[in-house]
Ligand binder design. Structure first.
Ligand SMILES: Nc1nc2c(ncn2[C@@H]2O[C@H](COP(=O)(O)OP(=O)(O)OP(=O)(O)O)[C@@H](O)[C@H]2O)c(=O)[nH]1
Ligand SMILES: [Mg+2]
Length: 131
């Protein structure tokens, strides 16, 4: 059993895609074990995105994530980390396959609907930041 940390980002919430995102994880046999709606503050986002702090898109990313409400959750199941990233699709919407969340709904590399942890270490680090 594995757990991962997921965010439905402000564009996903504004576009009414919370149910769509959650149902895709649930249909794959994963379970939502924690869930909360909130407005993210800069200090929390700076911790969450520490690996990207020197990147040219960092400020745009943090501003976008503060633009509206987000839904944070913990998703559990066998191989949850890899399965959720497969369901989300590639970061760049031009490379994300149809049938993935980003492939079906995103057209911008910044505004790409969802976040999910990329390793067990990131998952535990991110869960402890947000919950
Ligand atoms: N504008 C811009 N935004 C980017 C770029 N790369 C990443 N981002 C944004 O920064 C977020 C985090 O980047 P990564 O961690 O590399 O991508 P990821 O693991 O597929 O996405 P997350 O699940 O959100 O972490 C992405 O989801 C995008 O919102 C880029 O080259 N340009
Ligand atoms: Mg990432």
């Amino acid at each position: 059993m594995e757990r991962t940390f997921v965010i439905v980002k402000p564009d996903g919430v504004d576009r009414g895609l919370i149910g769509e995102v959650i149902s895709r994880y649930e249909r794959k046999g994963l379970r939502i074990t924690e869930c909360k709606m909130l407005r993210a503050d800069r200090a929390t986002l700076e911790k969450h995105y520490i690996e990207h702090r020197e990147k040219p898109f960092y400020e745009e990313l943090v501003s976008y994530m503060m633009r509206g409400s987000i839904l944070i959750m913990v998703v559990e199941g066998n191989n949850a980390i890899k399965l959720v990233r497969n369901i989300n699709g590639k970061t760049n919407p031009m490379e994300a396959e149809p049938g993935t969340i980003r492939g079906d709904y995103a057209n911008s590399i910044t505004e790409n609907i969802v976040h999910a942890s990329d390793s067990p270490e990131s998952a535990e680090r991110e869960i402890s930041i947000w919950f």
